[in-house]
Write a protein that binds this ligand. Structure first.
Ligand code: NDP
Length: 263
């Protein structure tokens, strides 16, 4: 039986095992997916190999160190410099970033998007910004501090702090900050956000399973809103395809969605 895993710290609340195991069961795959609390990210490669895993997902805070420890990095992950998926191929680790295409798949339901304001400059923002740039969708990053803005500027993506920012009109506003996750905060001051949302058509929050203050404000201002459930689902579906070599049809996707929601 093959073994798959999610590495994180903390990892106890991860919904990936229930989602991935639902997919594996659905296609009768001889494999199981488990959680692994990894304290020291620098041990990710030896832990992966020693435990005989065929594939892994990697979550906070290990995505950057997972990138450094991979034998080969595929696709957009080379630019993002962070990976959330490992696959064992001939004894070597191939690494991917499925958050980026997972995000693009999640916003497909909005229709055509041309100009995006991305709130936050953390690991998730990097994946989203590079994914949008690859699709030739204009993206501007707005963060509360200068932390990490250098990454975007080096990749020719406009990036600002609140103080120096002059808004344009955006079709889509994305919250990739953790404001709203465990608190009731907005990701930027209300007086800055509200006029932007009034002029926008869509708002997306990477946080899932709740209407955050950001999504509530966007809705009040006439935006179509969406939470991060589909992003989590599709990054998982893309990892599942890499793990199993099985192209997922709608029945697999829906089985994984039910697994994710614990249904
Ligand atoms: P990081 O810690 O890498 O980045 C957090 C970002 O949020 C930083 O830009 C930080 O700003 C900003 N921030 C934190 N608190 C506040 C606040 N109170 N007000 C304004 N800005 C704030 O986190 P990640 O990028 O890994 O994750 C971000 C969010 O995305 C989390 O909520 C996570 O749950 C969600 N997520 C969802 C996924 C999905 O599949 N749906 C996948 C991955 C993440 P600063 O730089 O100034 O510190």
């Amino acid at each position: 039986m093959e073994k798959f895993v999610i590495f994180g710290n903390p990892v106890v609340h991860s919904k990936s095992p229930q989602m991935q195991n639902a997919g594996l069961n659905h296609i009768n795959y001889n494999g199981v997916y488990e959680k692994h609390h990894l304290e020291d990210g620098s041990k990710i490669k030896e832990t992966f190999l020693k435990n005989g895993y065929s594939g892994a997902n990697i979550t906070v805070p290990h995505k950057e160190v997972a990138f450094i420890n991979a034998d080969t990095v595929k696709g957009l992950a080379q630019k993002i410099k962070a990976v959330n998926t490992y696959k064992l191929v001939d004894g070597k680790i191939e690494a991917y970033n499925t958050d980026a295409p997972g995000f693009l798949k999640a916003i497909e339901s909005f229709g055509e998007v041309k100009n995006v304001l991305l709130l936050g400059a953390g690991g998730t923002a990097k994946a989203i910004a590079i994914a949008l740039q690859e699709k030739n969708i204009k993206v501007t990053v707005l963060n509360r501090s200068e932390n990490n803005l250098k990454f975007f500027i080096e990749n020719n993506i406009q990036a600002y702090t609140w103080a120096e920012f002059e808004p344009e009109i955006y079709d889509l506003v994305v919250n990739s900050t953790s404001a709203g996750l465990k608190d009731e905060l907005l990701p930027a001051p209300k007086e800055l956000l509200e006029p932007i949302l009034k002029n926008a058509s869509f708002a997306f929050d990477c946080i899932y399973g709740k209407i955050t203050p950001f999504l509530a404000l966007a809705k009040q201002n006439g935006c179509q809103i969406k939470d991060g459930e589909d992003m989590l689902l599709y990054q998982g579906v893309l990892a599942f395809e890499l793990f199993t070599g099985h192209k997922s049809d709608n029945t697999v996707i829906e089985a994984m969605r039910k697994g994710l929601k614990g249904e």
